[in-house]
Design a protein. Structure first.
Length: 351
């Protein structure tokens, strides 16, 4: 039984006001009112990642796009890598030249996918123009707000790191994806030489502490964890339209470095944890509130991709994700601001 001590009317009033403030916080969060809780942890910085720089606003995986993302303010630059025949680490989503974004030295659109970056010298790659989306394609229709910048070249990873330094941004992270397919070993370096090439660049740039290596091909991640435990890894997954996870099929998927999701009851978060993962990055449409909660119980950070619509961003925040990867960091910032969440610093820079 509580015993009340003698106190002043003022202190009692202060205590009542404090109780009302706590009640108000619970109401605003949706607890006990039938509303939906805002589950994101306001004490933890939300990881707003600019996908391929800012693909919805500028030509993807170019210095123009990364400059736009830095100028808007993101916590992480997300980008994809390839390696040329002469060992230069360049930034491209596709292991092969993509006809939807690539024009040759003559200014004409290439007609089909290919050749691979791994078959080209860097001097050849540098002559390509990736400054606009090919008109009339379904790909171009997805990004009506992307502003073309003709004459834009494919950058190197060295140049992306240098751009952040030029912006004076010493906190932005680099979430870099090794693009390789275990079923197409001739299109790219193998996991080990690919990781070795990436590590050489980020260490030389002084960016190792701000770098994460992500991949759908978990051989990359297992090797990185073995030789570079100081570099964080991110386990990418896709269950819709991809042959990576293979729930219910006999044997492990070739993408998963010998791990079989069925050994973990079909749970992708448990699969990631078993592989040594600390960060899980699934296609956002594969997520549920329950899978986010399960991942958090296992100690995983959850960073879904690619979250581009305001309503999708709101749902991800409600489910308590730790960040998201988006083509529209401008909309991401607006969504975070709407909830009074901290925003990454804006560091304006030109490419």
């Amino acid at each position: 039984m509580a015993t009340w001590s003698v106190c002043s009317r003022g202190s009692l009033r202060s205590g009542m006001l404090a109780l009302r403030a706590v009640w108000f916080i619970f109401v605003m969060a949706g607890f006990g009112t039938g509303g939906e809780a805002t589950a994101v942890d306001t004490k933890k910085a939300f990881d707003l990642q600019g996908h391929r720089g800012a693909r919805g606003l500028a030509p993807e995986n170019t210095l123009v796009a990364f400059a736009r993302a830095l100028s808007l303010g993101v916590s992480t630059l997300e980008l994809d890598l390839a390696v040329t025949k002469d060992g230069v680490v360049v930034v491209s989503h596709d292991p092969l030249l993509n006809p939807d974004v690539t024009r040759g030295p003559d200014g004409q659109w290439i007609e089909k996918h290919g050749p691979s970056f791994f078959s080209l010298a860097f001097e050849e790659v540098r002559k390509l123009d990736v400054g606009r989306l090919r008109p009339g394609t379904g790909y171009a229709a997805q990004f009506p707000d992307q502003l073309p910048v003709d004459g834009t070249r494919i950058p190197t990873l060295v140049e992306v790191c240098a751009l952040a330094k030029k912006a004076g941004n010493e906190t932005v992270r680099f979430n870099i994806e090794t693009k390789l397919d275990p079923g197409k070993p001739n299109e790219t370096p193998g996991p080990e030489p690919f990781v070795d090439a990436v590590l050489e660049v980020v260490r030389a740039a002084g960016a190792a502490s701000r770098t994460t290596i992500q991949s759908f091909d978990w051989r990359t991640l297992r090797y990185a964890q073995k030789i570079a435990p100081d570099i964080a890894t991110v386990y990418l997954t896709e269950q819709q339209g991809h042959d990576q996870i293979q729930v219910g099929r006999p044997g492990p998927s070739p993408w998963l470095a010998g791990f079989d999701v069925d050994d973990y009851g079909g749970s992708v978060p448990r699969l990631v944890q078993a592989a040594g993962g600390k960060t899980w990055s699934p296609l956002f449409r594969d997520l549920t509130r329950e899978s986010v909660a399960e991942a958090h119980r296992l100690g995983l950070t959850v960073i879904p991709w690619t979250v581009n619509r305001a309503e999708e961003m709101e749902s991800m925040l409600d489910w308590g994700v730790d960040g998201f990867i988006t083509d529209r960091p401008d909309l991401g910032r607006a969504t975070l601001a709407k909830r009074n969440l901290p925003l990454p610093a804006s560091t304006p820079v030109s490419p």
